[in-house]
Design a protein around this ligand. Structure first.
Ligand SMILES: C[S@@+](CC[C@H](N)C(=O)[O-])C[C@H]1O[C@@H](n2cnc3c(N)ncnc32)[C@H](O)[C@@H]1O
Length: 260
């Protein structure tokens, strides 16, 4: 659902890409989009009545989602397995408590959170281990929510860009085909919502964004440079993006389920 998988599943490639982000942590923090507050509010709505909502941002990366949760006055803790991503988060959000850890082994006590949120990362988890582990750290009635920022490829220049990018752009259409958490007895059925937003970009920042996608990070230098040059050429040739700044139409897709 991220920048993935029109190819057959390859476990080694999956692990290599899941662990690739740290080498581009600074660019990630600079160029990846944030999440609309409305989407995060919807994710947390089932636990919104609490005096203090305790939220775990799992796979927090450089803190894109952490920062939005913190703005909503929730008490947020970030967990992330990549030391370089976590270092970037700590630099940007020094007041947020953090732990090195993964979705399969979350270093916090049982029942200690009202909500677990996951931004752009649920597809990296070993779900057979992660779903019970997330259930362990949630209190009964707590919520797990997964969010994805997706370029809206119903728009023709985005669909074209996706083709040129060799699928490295997250696809709203593909997300709609796949959405729903896998069934698990610890959770209610999934609920789904979508939120529209826009990102202001230039050719340079759009190319830099694509350069932070795992599928592009793991390419060798020559292939990577060629791909990014093709994207730059495409953006310069399209009327929608040829001159100066432009808006990228985005959809934030959210799944949530209640810990029963
Ligand atoms: C695309 S980034 C998303 C970061 C952040 N949540 C955001 O919204 O920008 C994916 C993150 O998932 C982390 N990750 C990969 N495999 C993981 C796992 N098994 N458990 C927890 N985090 C994982 C990576 O280190 C990376 O920081």
């Amino acid at each position: 659902m991220d920048n993935d998988s029109e190819r057959p599943y390859d476990e080694t490639e999956h692990a290599r890409r899941a662990g690739s982000f740290g080498s581009h942590a600074e660019a990630y923090a600079e160029y990846r989009p944030s999440y609309p507050e409305t989407a995060v509010r919807w994710a947390l709505e089932p636990v919104a009545g609490e005096d203090v909502v305790r939220v775990l941002d799992l796979a927090a990366g450089t803190g894109k989602l952490t920062e939005v949760v913190a703005r909503l006055d929730a008490e947020v803790v970030a967990v992330e397995p990549d030391p370089e991503m976590l270092a970037e988060l700590r630099r940007r959000l020094p007041d947020v408590p953090t732990h090195l850890g993964s979705a399969e082994e979350i270093p916090v006590p049982d029942g200690s959170f009202d909500a677990v949120v996951v931004g752009q990362a649920f597809h990296w988890f070993d779900v057979d281990r992660a779903l019970p582990e997330i259930a362990r750290v949630l209190r009964p009635g707590g919520v797990v929510a997964a969010l994805w920022n997706l370029e809206d490829d119903a728009v023709s220049w985005i669909a074209g860009l996706k083709e040129v990018s060799e699928s490295s752009l997250p696809s709203a259409r593909k997300w709609r085909d796949q959405r729903g958490f896998p069934d698990h007895p610890a959770y209610s059925d999934s609920e789904v919502a979508e939120f529209q937003h826009r990102q202001r970009r230039t050719t340079d920042s759009m190319v830099a964004l694509v350069g932070t996608h795992s599928q592009v990070i793991v390419k060798d230098e020559v292939d990577r440079a060629q791909l990014l040059a093709r994207i730059r050429g495409y953006l310069r040739a399209r009327t929608e993006t040829a001159s100066g700044e432009f808006d990228v139409p985005m959809i934030t897709g959210v799944l949530r389920a209640i810990r029963v």
